[in-house]
Write a protein that binds this ligand. Structure first.
Ligand SMILES: Cc1cc2nc3c(=O)[nH]c(=O)nc-3n(C[C@H](O)[C@H](O)[C@H](O)COP(=O)(O)OP(=O)(O)OC[C@H]3O[C@@H](n4cnc5c(N)ncnc54)[C@H](O)[C@@H]3O)c2cc1C
Length: 342
């Protein structure tokens, strides 16, 4: 008989609740398919709030490890807390939402428990009473469904892959574990976080819209001139007004290395595609981007796709977008920004 533990790190960020609701939905659905019990383990500076959000979700028990030592992501203390909760719960399946903080400790956790770990899991279900996971391989081109006989099985879920459930909040009873964190595990001190310049405000994994800018923004336009400063202004204004996430093509982010005039806020972290990222957003809008296959392959998880291109024969027109606006992106985005300002 399986028993599920949902392990969750509380980061005191606005995304905490959404990620927890998603993870709880995955764990509770699996538990009801398997007919087994499930429990929650929370780690953070203070876990009561998070426990209250999910107090009515049906978990048999909620464990907590809290205190200043667990406020920030630190491998040694996070692993220590996770191991203590896992041993207490003695579960056969340990699920965790695969945020960076969890992902860095999951393989080590499985080693300490003498189990196995799999990460980037996009679906989890019971098939004829057996747990089956799915994940993508080879840069999201092949999907595999598989099982394992070894237990405990540590499973890192891919954020954004599960339909979150909102539960009515209540007052949770948390079984707090009192742990003596050895001094040796406190040697690393987290002083703060720094993000690479330019990307802080432009990459927003939770945004409803992915706005992609292509190299066309920096190319000569119908008047024979480039208009890079105007492109910067239009794009930043749109991002600011809509809080969309900014993606780029490879051609555009490579331009700085080629000595061309560039959009100052764009970095390689924005690149979407075969050699870039594969973000998950409900909608995507590509502008001044040709829609070549190595770029579009990064749109696999964008549900509704639209593009603006002056070329009616661009890649987006060949079945890669739901809607292609054959238009000048400079004037369309200028109008859109004007409408958004009203
Ligand atoms: C191995 C390999 C891996 C690669 N990996 C990636 C990857 O991860 N991501 C990626 O993006 N690419 C990748 N590429 C490159 C990819 O094949 C394309 O070269 C790249 O995506 C093209 O970028 P682009 O569409 O911005 O530029 P371009 O091909 O130059 O297209 C610019 C477009 O802008 C349009 N345009 C110009 N002005 C306007 C205007 N005013 N209004 C509207 N439209 C306008 C033009 O009509 C044109 O279609 C890879 C290539 C290889 C070989």
């Amino acid at each position: 008989m399986e028993k599920i533990l949902l392990l969750n790190f509380v980061n005191n960020q606005s995304s905490d609740e959404k990620l927890l609701c998603e993870a709880v939905a995955a764990a509770s659905n699996l538990a009801s398919e398997l007919g087994c019990i499930w429990e929650i383990g929370l780690v953070g500076q203070s876990v009561q709030n998070a426990a209250n959000w999910v107090s009515m979700a049906g978990a048999a028990k909620i464990y907590g490890v809290e205190g200043d030592d667990y406020a920030s992501s630190r491998y040694s203390s996070d692993l220590f807390a996770a191991e203590a909760i896992a041993k207490k719960a003695n579960a056969t399946l340990i699920l965790a939402m695969g945020i960076t903080r969890a992902r860095r400790i999951l393989p080590a956790l499985s080693m300490r428990l003498q189990g196995r770990a799999d990460t980037h899991i996009t679906a989890i279900q019971a098939v004829e009473g057996k747990v089956q996971l799915s994940r993508w391989f080879y840069r999201q081109r092949m999907e595999a469904a598989f099982s394992r006989s070894q237990r405990p099985w540590v499973i890192g879920l891919e954020p954004g892959s599960f339909q979150g459930k909102a539960f009515q909040a209540g007052t949770a009873v948390v079984e707090l574990l009192t742990l003596e964190l050895p001094d040796l595990l406190k040697r690393t001190q987290v002083l703060g976080t720094k993000s690479p310049a330019g990307t802080t405000q432009t990459i927003r994994p939770d945004a409803k819209l992915l706005f992609v800018a292509g190299a066309g923004w920096t190319k000569k336009q119908s008047d024979g001139q480039t208009h890079v400063k105007e492109a910067e202004r239009l794009i930043l204004e749109f991002l600011d007004k809509t809080q969309s996430s900014l993606g780029s093509t490879k051609s555009l982010v490579d331009q700085s290395g080629e000595g061309n005039e560039v959009l100052g806020f764009m970095t390689h972290l924005n690149q979407v595609g075969q050699t870039g990222s594969t973000p998950r957003h409900p909608k995507g809008l590509a502008t001044c981007c040709h829609g070549e296959e190595p770029h579009v392959v990064g749109w696999r998880f964008i549900n509704e796709r639209r593009a603006i291109n002056t070329d009616p024969n661009c890649g987006w027109a060949r079945g890669k977008a739901d809607v292609l606006y054959v238009a000048d992106a400079f004037s369309v985005m200028g109008k859109v920004n004007e409408l958004l300002s009203r």
